[in-house]
Design a protein around this ligand. Sequence first.
Ligand code: GDP
Length: 137
Amino acid sequence: MEQTLSIIKPDAVAKNVVGQILARFENAGLRIAVTKKIQLSRADAEAFYAVHAERPFFADLVEFMISGPVVVTVLEGENAMAKNRELMGATNPKEAAEGTIRADFAESIDANAVHGSDSAENADIEINFFFAQRDIV
Ligand code: GDP
């Protein structure tokens, strides 16, 4: 069974749509292996998005990710990474396909509701960033 990491970002948590987003994962056949609501520190956000450190939007991205709590989830299922990316929709909600999480819940490319791992290798790294193996059942 493949695992992938999802983050429900501060905008979607503030909108109180955590349950609606988790239900979309379940309705698509993904299983919630573990989930938790946490407040990221600046150091957490900088480390998590280190691959984007040189990008012009890095400072805004970090600021946004620490602006409120997030919900971090390990999703499990067949093709979990690709399935989650499909449910999320394009990074820019204006370009996101109808019925995707970002089309329905996101406002802008900064406040775009969800994060999802974009490769099996990154999924492993991102899951280990937030969870110990014994937490994942
Ligand atoms: P994702 O995998 O679809 O989340 O997209 P990326 O990994 O490319 O980017 C990570 C996050 O950085 C995105 O979800 C956005 O929140 C943010 N981001 C990406 N590109 C831009 C951009 O051009 N401008 C701004 N402001 N934020 C961006």
